[in-house]
Design a protein around this ligand. Structure first.
Ligand code: ADP
Length: 188
């Protein structure tokens, strides 16, 4: 099963993604985590992405498509992948569809974790005190939310046109949201 998790920054994609990938027995792949790791290690990719990420902008489609190709070539990706926040622009959605089609696959489900802007600002401010992520700085948060609205929200409409999107209210406790996610997928 190939599944995509979408939603604004702070929607809880990472938290729900870990649980869901484990329950489904498929690997989770998050471009945000891979990029942060590359920055930490100072790889050529990390050096390219660091300033862009810290300012809250999206890294280029070219870089993301390269990462997608690399991840999909890994043996453990052969039976399906949980893509966590991996698609943030329409060219990336088209690129992922083309990459999956190379092995006769397509996204089986797109889940959209929906949260209000007020809740997002509140969560990111809290996360900042706990994790000290450079891009949770208030100025970078404003830029990330703008990037989300302008570039990523239209991707949800794109997926609706090309199939369907399941909207999940991502408010309440982690367990409550996890229960809704499982119900949406028909899991016990
Ligand atoms: P969030 O979802 O809260 O923005 P992530 O950890 O998923 O956090 O992503 C952190 C940053 O990594 C993004 O702000 C962006 O700079 C970069 N990034 C991650 N995924 C993508 C993507 N698919 N396209 C472009 N940039 C991305």
């Amino acid at each position: 099963m190939d599944l995509l998790l979408m939603g604004p920054p702070g929607a809880g994609k990472g938290t729900q993604g870990v649980r869901l990938a484990e329950a489904l027995g498929i690997p989770k792949f998050a471009t945000g985590d891979l990029l942060r790791e590359a920055v930490r290690l100072g790889t050529p990719l990390g050096l390219k992405a660091k300033a862009v990420m810290e300012a809250g902008h999206l890294v280029s489609d070219e870089i993301i498509l390269g990462i997608m190709r690399e991840q999909l070539a890994r043996p453990e990706a052969g039976r399906g992948v949980l893509f966590d926040g991996v698609v943030r622009t329409i060219p990336q959605a088209e690129g992922l569809a083309a990459l999956l089609a190379e092995s006769d696959r397509q996204l089986d489900r797109v889940l959209f974790l929906d949260v209000s802007d007020a809740e997002i600002l509140d969560r990111l401010a809290k996360r900042r005190t706990l994790e000290s992520r450079a891009d949770d700085d208030p100025r970078a948060v404003v830029v990330r939310l703008r990037a989300y609205r302008e570039q990523t929200a239209p991707v949800i409409a794109w997926y609706e046109q090309h199939g369907s999107v399941t909207r999940i209210a991502a408010v309440g406790t982690v367990d409550q949201v996890a229960t809704r996610v499982r119900a949406a997928l028909g899991m016990p």
